[in-house]
Design a protein around this ligand. Structure first.
Ligand code: 5GP
Ligand code: MG
Length: 173
């Protein structure tokens, strides 16, 4: 596999993001919400560097594509999330692709009573967005290639790799 972003570059960029985030929140308490499972490493590395009063929780968002439907349905499960009403949420996702997941999860958190939601993504893919969505913090912008590692999977494999690598196009997704 071709390494796209080596572990050291990820670490230094995540540290920069944490500094930016702390500056923007300016001492205000934040509830970090990670979208499992891809957010695993990003969340763990980022929150250790954010100098703010901080809570953390997780939810899952999975899209199911039925055999006859083109549109995917997103199932959000948030039963493990702490109470977020009135809180300032920093939502974390591994990668912004079409934008559908984040658009829907932000709406869901507002629905659940969040006071405000900002979004940080580690990766943003060029030329893939289908819905207008602007994240507040972006780690790296990457070309339209399927990546794995640092939390990102292919069939639940490769999440543990410390680097972000491109899965060869010859391999099926
Ligand atoms: P969106 O709703 O923005 O299209 O989808 C975002 C989700 O799709 C991500 O949270 C991630 O789970 C998955 N995804 C999109 N692109 C990639 C990729 O290149 N590699 C992996 N492993 N997952 C991806
Ligand atoms: Mg995901």
């Amino acid at each position: 596999m071709e390494i796209l972003i080596p572990a050291e570059r990820i670490q230094s960029r995540v540290a920069e993001m944490a500094t930016d985030i702390a500056r923007v929140y300016n001492g205000k308490p934040v509830t970090v919400v990670g979208i499992l499972t891809g957010c695993l490493m990003f969340t763990a590395d980022l929150i250790r560097r954010i100098d703010l009063p901080l809570r953390v929780g997780f939810l899952t968002a999975s899209s199911y594509r039925g055999p006859t439907t083109v549109a995917s349905k997103l199932i959000i499960r948030d039963d493990l999330l702490p109470d977020i009403s009135g809180r300032h949420i920093l939502l974390l996702d591994d990668i912004l692709d079409t934008g559908k997941t984040l658009t829907r999860v932000v709406a869901h958190l507002i629905d659940r009573g969040a006071e405000a939601v900002k979004v940080a993504v580690l990766l943003r893919k060029i030329g893939r967005q289908e819905v207008p969505f602007e994240p507040d913090f972006v780690g790296f912008t990457i070309p339209d290639q399927f990546v794995v590692g640092y939390g990102l999977d292919f069939n639940d494999e490769y999440r543990h790799l410390p680097d972000i690598a491109v899965l060869q196009a010859s391999e099926p997704r």
